[in-house]
Design a protein around this ligand. Structure first.
Ligand code: ATR
Length: 273
């Protein structure tokens, strides 16, 4: 019997997940169907229950339901607990397992696809919201030389530093604290890629040969990437690889077989200009 999967969100029309998972299913010879489910903002739990009742095996979860997905889970895994949010669910009888693969997707994209091992590097993440929260432990696990979180509201970055103390060595603060600091990898995890705003980054925050990575995808040269480019950065990336790699993690978790990601990343890549 064909196994059922879907991505759930509001809105959901823009989602690339059906395309990605259908390509994985085909290349891995898996008998599964993957669709997009739109749930009303207040109807997430009901929509999940209806999906499970119809035989659904797993869901990817996108905005605005990642925190609700975590709260609904009976068995949140460590990745979801640390992020306080889930982006993948697996259903087994009455049990709902939850994972958050965004951070590992980011790390796999930077290390495997872009060929930049994070060990020993100086890494800066801009933003202190859910996207940063999910990325912190997977990055810290690679043992960078330094991991800094900068945020418009400095207190939120300092809060993350306190919350993760003992598990990860990270520094949190405002953008003003970046003066004189240089980083090998600068990641934009704020929502400015969507709102088209620039970040108050000092021009010399990028070390020679640095990577500038914007978590949003398909937007071309975002204000953050444009800032990096005009500061002389040549290694620029958007989040398309992160998107496909987190999908590959979910697919592997559900199906027990790891799909190749290259062809799908190439298919979805939009030039950065
Ligand atoms: P997500 O779950 O995608 O991380 P979020 O939790 O709403 O979304 O967080 C959005 C992040 O983008 C926050 O770090 C926010 O900074 P504040 O905490 O100071 O609000 C950041 N952000 C949004 N617009 C920004 C802007 N114009 N300049 C700088 N940071 C911005």
């Amino acid at each position: 019997m064909t196994d059922l999967y879907a991505v759930i969100g509001h809105p959901i029309g823009h989602s690339k997940s059906p395309l990605i998972h259908s390509a994985f299913a085909q290349s891995c010879g898996q008998d599964m169907a993957y669709t997009a489910l739109e749930a009303p903002p207040t109807g997430f739990a009901d929509a999940v229950r209806a999906f499970v009742a119809s035989g659904g095996k797993g869901l990817n979860v996108t905005l605005p339901f990642k925190v609700q997905a975590f709260e609904l889970a009976t068995d949140p895994m460590e990745s979801a607990r640390l992020a306080g949010a889930a982006n993948a669910l697996k259903f087994e009888g009455e049990r709902i397992w939850a994972q958050n693969f965004d951070g590992i997707g980011l790390v796999n994209d930077i290390q495997r696809n872009l060929g930049i091992p994070l060990q020993g590097l100086r890494v800066l993440i801009c933003g202190a919201g859910g996207a940063t929260r999910g990325a912190l432990m997977p990055i810290a696990d690679q043992q960078p030389d330094c991991l800094m979180v900068a945020n418009r509201s400095a207190d939120k970055a300092v809060g993350l530093q306190r919350e993760f103390a003992g598990r990860a060595t990270l520094q949190g603060g405002g953008y003003g604290e970046l003066a004189g600091e240089r980083f090998d990898v600068v990641i934009n995890a704020t929502s400015t890629g969507l709102s088209n705003e620039a970040l108050p980054l000092p021009e010399d925050v990028f070390a020679p040969g640095a990577l500038a990575y914007d978590m949003v995808y398909g937007k071309g040269l975002t204000p953050f990437l444009a800032q990096a480019k005009s500061a002389g950065v040549t290694r620029l990336a958007d989040g398309v690889g992160m998107l496909v790699e987190q999908a590959a993690e979910a697919f592997t978790w559900w199906r027990g077989i790891r799909p190749d990601t290259r062809a799908v990343i190439d298919q979805l890549t939009v030039p950065l200009r």
